[in-house]
Design a protein around this ligand. Structure first.
Ligand SMILES: *Cc1c(COP(=O)(O)O)cnc(C)c1O
Length: 333
């Protein structure tokens, strides 16, 4: 909706048209792609970055290319499907860990039969709005010389002094080997960025089939993402308003005795348990002007159907109060 992004889109489409017309390595690489990659490399404190058509393909490329036979990949139990699926398909072994069992994770890391160990986590978990224990993961990465990959899909643009995400906010961005930044959420574009050391990015360019054998993303979308990044970096007040709104709702929901799990972010689940009830409340909220999806199993564990509230910086106090008012009536359902 931002007029500056619309203008970037119009200017780019007038200059280049919409489609890139070829894969990146044939003739599809355009200035809009390389500019976006340079901007994200510096934003995420890495030597280089690579732009993929989606966050899904970014994860797929990294996780089917880097882990090899003889390696071990460790996944948070609640990692996104775009992380889990390629790991299941790759040649390496994998294990999942629970966030409250760091000793289990450490035991896996200590297994000396593996060549390389990868830890792959989201920073902000998409269905619970809780966060990974990033400092603990960095300590384990350092102790066991592991490779730490963090997917910041719900975090880029929302946290950190420059908006680079939770890793920036926690001061550990430089200790993360690879940052994945899907652009469909706070960046409001489409695509996915992989940022890391130049050798890693070079390897992806040369080996990652989801990069090589797909048409380059539209330069128009790349230009929109570029402009969006510029706005994120220069307008920290958006993040401040976002976190203020999120804290207000979390506190209000807790005061109302609603179950918000361990959310500490702008993603706030209201766990109702029963799928039919979640559907019914969601419909009622929709009719009142609030578009809040009911998330049901198998996307979330059985018995934890929920409303997934995703608050924005532009929501007004009146809107937040209105939502709280409607949710006080939930138990009458
Ligand atoms: C949405 C999401 C993705 C996928 O990104 P797309 O650009 O929609 O393909 C990857 N990882 C996480 C954690 C996500 O939430």
């Amino acid at each position: 909706e931002d007029p500056r992004i619309k203008q970037a889109v119009v200017e780019t489409v007038e200059q280049y048209g919409f489609g890139a017309a070829a894969s990146r390595l044939i003739s599809g690489t355009m200035q809009a792609h390389t500019e976006l990659e340079a901007a994200f490399a510096s934003f995420l404190h890495k030597e280089a970055s690579l732009y993929f058509p989606s966050g899904w393909t970014a994860n797929q490329a990294v996780l089917t290319t880097l882990p090899q036979k003889g390696d071990l990949v460790l996944l948070d139990r609640y990692d996104h499907a775009s992380i889990i699926d390629p790991v299941k398909a790759c040649e390496a072994d994998f294990r999942t860990y629970r966030r409250n069992q760091p000793e289990r994770l450490e035991k896996y890391l200590a297994d000396s039969k593996y060549n390389n160990r990868f830890i792959v986590t989201e920073s902000v978990f998409s269905m619970d709005g809780d966060t990974a224990n990033l400092t603990e993961l960095v300590e384990l990465r350092n102790k066991y010389n592991a490779i730490l990959i963090v997917d910041e899909a719900h975090s880029v643009g929302c946290f950190g002094s420059t908006g680079a995400g939770l890793c920036e906010q926690e001061g550990i961005l430089d200790d993360v080997d690879i940052v994945i930044a899907p652009l469909g959420k706070a960046i409001a574009a489409t695509g996915g960025i992989v940022a890391g050391a130049k050798v890693v990015i070079d390897m992806l360019v040369n080996k990652a089939r989801p990069f090589i054998y797909t048409t380059a993303p539209s330069p128009v979308v790349a230009a929109a993402a570029f402009k969006s990044l510029e706005i994120i970096r220069s307008e920290p007040d958006r993040r401040e308003r976002l976190q203020k709104n999120a804290a207000f709702l979390r506190n209000a929901f807790v005061d109302m005795d609603l179950d918000i799990g361990n959310s500490t972010t702008q993603i706030i689940p209201v766990i109702l348990g029963d799928s039919a009830k979640a559907m019914k409340v969601s419909k009622k909220l929709y009719d009142a002007g609030y578009f809040i999806s009911a998330i049901r199993p198998p996307t979330v564990p059985p018995g934890t159907a929920r409303l997934r509230v995703s608050v924005q910086s532009d929501h007004t106090q009146e809107q937040l109060d209105g939502l709280c008012g409607l949710l006080t009536q939930i138990d009458a359902e």
